[in-house]
Design a binder for this molecule. Structure first.
Ligand code: FAD
Length: 442
């Protein structure tokens, strides 16, 4: 008996549902696993069928690895709650939960996880790819805050991977590029978060070549309490968007300053002011919503799409741009929805004690460009890539690589070789080979 359902059945369609609508979902069979036993059944059935087993949760990153054609797809949506322990400041998160699910449980305790810009992203997929959050310059990559993963391996064994049990697997899972098994739960550290200062300042696009270099200069010495993102935005004329964003090309600066306790809040307000005052003196913004807020505001501030979309993107870890670079980039890619630079440094740059394969980013900035799938976007992504080329470090951030054919390199060769050894040991027959992103060498 196989649990995998055939194409055309409602169960197949439900298991293949994906946020990324631009990638075909055409596995030979698909199955939503509701328990760990369901997952072990799926692993055994895929082995019997001699087909690769693919794993996804929300399908945000569906295009990143090999096509699904010919494989079997398991979607682990484990039927169990997120368990928060306020005493140890940890949460046990079953596979299938999104960050919105986790925050619903943690925020009433004054605690948060190191989530990204959107609550719709799946926790496990995000953690496996490093996890870049608006709290990251203070607390580092989210993968460094994982205490353990519960994993169903290719041989069907259910193992706990942490610092002492299967430590090599634990190390490789954190940013190693997938292909190690099906994660059915993660235990993560939470951090106290009394409040944040967050919001979005928006300038006319014509002001971007002056604002962007000034933001970059500020970023060099900014305190770790603040993490920001600077973007050229060209959002569609949707009635749900504020008028200063709908159908206009603008420069937007958003992010968050942490106030872990009530006493931290005045300092957090000062940190935001030290960023915004000089920039708003350079050019008056058309809108500025930065203000103290509850941490629940953070996964909303970036205006990520709440519903599935067909998109194409490009990304790279980059060095600082010079003025000519900013001018070229600010004018490139007019059809793209967003052309982004996320501020790194701070704890993002510090090697984490006991961290995983990917425990830091050495670059000062992460560049990400995204548009609705189509010819204009493909053309503009190429143009933006050309503008960015002189500043590329040669490395990429796994969570922001969304296409199997995009150049990607997470590690130096020695780290990549160690990850490959762990993958061969965990999955000698390559059952999960399709889930393994294949970084370029050299
Ligand atoms: C709108 C949007 C906003 C984003 N914002 C951020 C951000 O702020 N910071 C950031 O770091 N990233 C961000 N991302 C990227 C996101 O973190 C990655 O795409 C991540 O891989 C998504 O995980 P998922 O489980 O939701 O997606 P999926 O496509 O379901 O999974 C991605 C991959 O993770 C693996 N995987 C997922 N679940 C399991 C499991 N249970 N067991 C084993 N492997 C599994 C699989 O290899 C799968 O191919 C964003 C993406 C989007 C589309």
């Amino acid at each position: 008996m196989t649990p995998f359902r055939a194409p055309g059945t409602p169960e197949y369609v439900a298991a293949g549902a994906a946020f990324q609508l631009a990638a075909p979902v055409d596995p030979a069979g698909a199955f939503t696993a509701r328990s760990v036993a369901d997952v072990t059944d799926a692993v055994a059935a895929a082995r019997r069928a001699g087909r690769p087993l693919r794993v996804h949760t929300t399908g945000h990153a569906l295009g990143r690895a090999a096509p699904l054609t010919g494989s079997l797809l398991v979607r682990p949506i484990i039927d169990a709650p997120v368990e928060v322990d306020p005493g140890t400041r940890t949460a046990r998160v079953p596979a299938g939960k999104t960050w919105a699910d986790v925050l619903t449980e943690t925020l009433p305790h004054g605690l948060t996880g190191l989530h990204g810009s959107s609550g719709t992203v799946g926790v496990i997929g995000y953690l496996l790819g490093g996890g870049l959050s608006f709290y990251g310059r203070r607390f580092g990559l989210a993968a460094n805050a994982v205490r353990s993963f519960t994993v169903v391996r290719a041989d069907g064994a259910v193992v706990e991977a942490d610092a002492t049990r299967h430590p090599e697997l634990f190390w490789a899972l954190r940013g190693g590029g997938g292909g190690f098994g099906v994660v059915v739960a993660a235990e993560i550290d939470l951090v106290p978060m009394h409040a944040v200062v967050t919001g979005m300042a928006v300038w006319d696009a014509a002001d971007a070549p002056r604002i962007a270099p000034a933001w970059q200069r500020w970023a060099r010495t900014a305190p770790p309490e603040i993490t920001t993102s600077l973007r050229m935005l060209s959002l569609p004329p949707l009635p749900t968007l504020p008028p200063h964003l709908a159908g206009r090309r603008v420069l937007a600066l958003d992010g968050a300053v942490t106030a872990t306790t009530q006493a931290d809040l005045p300092a957090a307000v000062r940190v935001a002011d030290e960023l915004l005052s000089p920039l708003t003196a350079l050019a008056a913004p058309v809108s500025n919503t930065w203000a103290p807020a509850a941490p629940a505001a953070v996964p909303l501030v970036h205006l990520d799409p709440p519903r599935p979309v067909p998109f194409r993107s490009g990304s790279a870890l980059v060095d600082e741009l010079d003025e000519a670079g900013w001018a070229a980039v600010c004018n490139a890619g007019p059809s793209l929805l967003a052309l982004e630079f996320r501020q790194l440094g701070g704890a993002f740059a510090a090697p984490a004690a006991g961290g995983g394969a990917l425990d830091r980013f050495a670059a000062p900035l992460l560049h990400y460009a995204v548009g609705l799938a189509g010819d204009d976007t493909a053309r503009d992504l190429r143009a933006v890539r050309a503008a960015i080329e002189p500043y590329r470090t040669g490395y990429t951030a796994p969570n922001f690589v969304e296409h199997a054919d995009a150049p990607q390199r997470t590690f130096d060769d020695d780290v990549r070789d160690r990850v490959d050894r762990v993958r061969r040991a965990a999955d000698p027959d390559g059952l999960f080979r399709g889930d393994h992103t294949a970084p370029v060498r050299g």
